[in-house]
Design a protein around this ligand. Structure first.
Ligand code: DAH
Length: 354
């Protein structure tokens, strides 16, 4: 056996498989070195010692060479793989289109944020509402002329047997077999009061619907923010303070609010309020407000009593307001047509992206 040739062969083995074959060929059970070892017994002690030493040297040299070549081959394989799988980080990437909040959502978040800072909680209610909560309980019975001011989508459940509107406790409040797409968020005043005892302050953001021919200033669907504060000593001054604070939150330190008497069935006295826009030096009519009408407290307490709950609103006072969210955006940004909000034209929406 030629050890030099063997070591050279190992050093040149092209693959891990061929290397393994060489290992077997020299060091395996029937390998060349192993066979030589078996002949040692037939030699004289002197020759045996000499040949044994040489064979052990061969064995060590072969093992070392095999190990070295194996490491080499593994490293080469790794390098080849890395090269193949490498990513060219200098390639230009794909631009992912990034969305943004709709202008209505942004204004709503801004409004809600201003009230949160004043300690208001945020609650939401159903968009398909019972006639009772949307109208009757807030002092708009069906004979009331104020109902005519709100053109209403009446919803019939004829084809949805078993579909009902639920009250605050899961009770059926569907009423005369129908319901409404809520015309305002004011019905939530009643839902909330039935379930909670004063004092509290809440705002209710939400979508509302009116059966309306759309034009530049009318949409059949839009958003409102409702506010309600009830407690033992709540006054009109608190209402003016909160709305004035809203004006400052929206229009800066020079922002201020103006109140003019008007009528809403659910408040007494009732006002409409406008805010001063310092930049443009003009008043913006933004919504209605007033002191909660005693009729509402009575309707709530009667309802509570029917549910086995104690009356909770005797001796309480409160104020409420309601305002249009798109309307604020229209005025503030000088948008000429309310229909732009929901036509999903990106060229319009992108101008207000957050
Ligand atoms: N619900 C009224 C509307 O949609 C707005 C409103 C006026 C809400 C006065 C109120 C309020 O809470 O006190 O026209």
């Amino acid at each position: 056996m030629n050890i030099e040739a063997a070591l050279e062969e190992i050093g040149k083995a092209p693959t891990l498989e061929s290397l393994q074959a060489l290992k077997v060929q020299y060091l395996g059970k029937n390998g060349l070195v192993t066979q030589e070892m078996k002949t040692l017994g037939r030699l004289s002690p002197e020759e045996r010692r000499e040949k044994g030493r040489v064979l052990n040297e061969w064995k060590a040299a072969l093992e070392k060479a095999l190990e070295a070549r194996e490491a080499q081959l593994r490293e080469e394989a790794l390098q080849a793989r890395l090269l193949q799988e490498s990513i060219d980080v200098s390639l230009p990437g794909y631009a992912f289109p990034s969305g943004g909040l709709h202008i209505t959502s942004r204004i709503m978040q801004e409004l809600v944020g201003i009230f949160r800072k004043q300690g208001f909680s945020v609650v939401e209610g159903p968009e398909v509402e019972s006639e009772f909560f949307n109208f009757d309980a807030i002092n708009m019975p069906d004979w009331h002329p104020a109902r005519d001011m709100q053109d209403t989508f009446w919803v019939e459940f004829k084809n949805q047997p078993g579909f009902t509107i639920q009250g605050p406790f899961g009770e059926d409040v569907t009423g005369r077999g129908g319901a409404v797409l809520r015309t305002h968020t004011s019905g939530m005043q009643i839902r909330y009061m039935i379930q909670h005892t004063p004092p509290f302050r809440i705002v209710v953001p939400g979508r509302v619907f009116r059966y309306e021919q759309t034009d530049a200033s009318h949409e059949a669907m839009f958003h409102q923010l409702e506010g309600l504060v009830v407690g033992p000593n709540i006054t009109m001054a608190d209402l003016k303070g909160a709305i004035s604070e809203l004006a400052r939150g929206l229009f800066g330190e020079e922002g201020k609010a103006r109140f003019q008497p008007t009528y809403f069935p659910f408040v007494e006295p009732g006002v409409q309020f406008a805010m001063w826009w310092p930049e443009r030096q003009k008043w913006l009519e933004l919504g209605g407000a007033g002191m909660v009408h005693p009729y509402l407290f009575k309707a709530v307490d009667d309802y509570r009593e029917r549910q086995g709950l104690p009356r909770a609103y005797e001796g309480m006072t409160g104020w409420a307001f309601g305002m249009g969210v798109e309307r604020l955006a229209l005025l503030r940004y000088g948008i000429p047509d309310i229909r732009y909000f929901y036509q999903n034209r990106l060229s319009f929406l992108r101008q207000f992206r957050g």
